[in-house]
Design a protein around this ligand. Structure first.
Ligand SMILES: *Cc1c(COP(=O)(O)O)cnc(C)c1O
Length: 391
């Protein structure tokens, strides 16, 4: 289970005699100082740009300069590494994590990405294509055969599941097998699921990516990204990239994400239950044309989600009847739901994604992405129902 250099101050295996602890427990126990007299309960925020050298040559585990490592990052990385089953590296934002993964592709290499995934990832990949760094193939991730076909000669498959904001579910074990057969690296953006609902490395992916800005932190007050990999050689390359690109997180941000992680299980459970209940009610709403959430019996992603996830997540997408103006009016009519971008916080938020010209044209104009929080579900329903009825 050890996932980071062994001689740090941390104790990621508090119960060596227990074979496995449940993820909800590991979210609480991992990345903590050793449980022994006078150790702090919580890892400190280490604010230092440099670390005192040993008199000999640098040894493995030496921190050296502040861009190479930091004990607060190490604590967070250890915790996420334990939860995802690999070695984790933290970055300044989710996009820095995505950039680091794209930087694994050799110049002129081919990358397979989904049609209609997180727009930042798509835009970055397209920019890199425009500047001649790589070639792109865009695929429908729910169409396993189409993805497998696109892997021929590809260097990287970079997907999300469920996708943002269409909530399409990819067959991760099948795609992992196809990637390995094709000699293609497979990275899964696991932001929507969190390691509590889905563990891409266990399903066969080489890399799992997080915008920790979202659920892992969970309080809408930090930007941070993570990449987790089961392969030491990839971890070394990602570390080298982060060190030289300088895409490092702040220690305070890393500490906040670790603090948020302690309640991840509670938040994911409550928000997921709220989301499933709201999705169920929205299906019959006269002002809603379509509801997307894998919990719904009619959702195309449901069966796969049941097979590879431990829950359905807390993002719901609805298409508002009555057109773009009606959809916009819903966003300005809610009082409890906040009209804003981003997602994964304790607060419920909503947004019409196509208000951005950069959003994928695969996303319907009237689609609202709902990030369901942990408030009382009846309060959420009353507010959303009233806003929908006012359109
Ligand atoms: C937000 C998001 C990102 C980007 O993360 P930042 O922390 O905003 O840089 C990447 N992928 C997904 C799925 C996201 O939702």
């Amino acid at each position: 289970m050890t996932t980071t250099p062994a001689d740090g101050p941390l104790d990621d295996e508090p119960f060596d005699d227990e074979p496995t602890l449940a993820p909800a427990t590991l979210a609480v126990t991992s990345g903590r100082p050793r449980v022994e007299p006078n150790q702090p309960m919580s890892v400190p925020v280490v604010m230092s740009s440099t670390f005192v050298s040993s008199d000999e040559q640098p040894r493995p585990g030496d921190l050296g300069y502040g861009r190479w490592g930091n004990p607060t990052w190490t604590a967070l990385e250890e915790a996420i590494g334990v939860l995802e089953g690999g070695r984790a590296l933290s970055f300044s934002a989710g996009m820095a994590a995505v950039s680091a993964v794209l930087a694994l592709v050799p110049l002129g290499g081919t990358v397979v990405i989904p049609v209609g995934a997180y727009s930042g990832t798509t835009q970055l990949a397209r920019q890199l294509e425009a500047s001649g760094h790589l070639k792109l193939r865009e695929v429908q991730v729910s169409d396993t055969d189409a993805v497998a076909e696109a892997l021929d000669g590809a260097d990287l498959l970079l997907i999300e599941s469920p996708t943002n904001p269409l909530l399409e579910v990819a067959d991760l074990p099948a795609l992992a097998a196809a990637s390995r057969a094709a000699g293609t690296l497979m990275a899964v953006d696991n932001t929507f699921a969190t390691p509590l609902l889905q563990r891409p490395l266990e399903l066969g992916a080489h890399l799992s990516i997080h915008s920790a800005t979202k659920y892992l932190n969970g309080h809408s007050d930090v930007l941070l990204g993570l990449v987790v990999t089961s392969e030491d050689q990839l971890a070394e390359r990602l570390h080298g990239h982060r060190t030289l690109a300088g895409s490092i997180p702040g220690s305070w941000e890393a500490w906040l994400v670790l603090r948020g992680l302690r309640t991840l299980a509670l938040r994911v459970e409550r928000a997921g239950a709220n989301a499933a209940e709201l999705a169920r009610r929205l299906v019959d709403h006269p002002a809603v044309d379509r509801v997307r959430h894998p919990s719904l019996p009619t959702d195309p992603g449901r069966q796969r989600a049941l097979e590879q996830m431990n829950g359905f997540g807390a993002i719901v997408a609805i298409e508002v009847a009555g057109g773009v103006e009606a959809a916009e009016r819903v966003c300005s009519a809610t009082r409890l739901w906040v009209h804003t971008t981003s997602l994964g916080g304790v607060e419920s938020t909503l947004e019409r994604r196509r208000r951005y010209p950069t959003e994928s044209l695969a996303v319907p104009e009237t689609l609202l992405r709902l990030s369901v929080g942990i408030e009382d579900v009846e309060d959420l329903w009353r507010d959303l129902d009233a806003a929908l009825r006012a359109t």
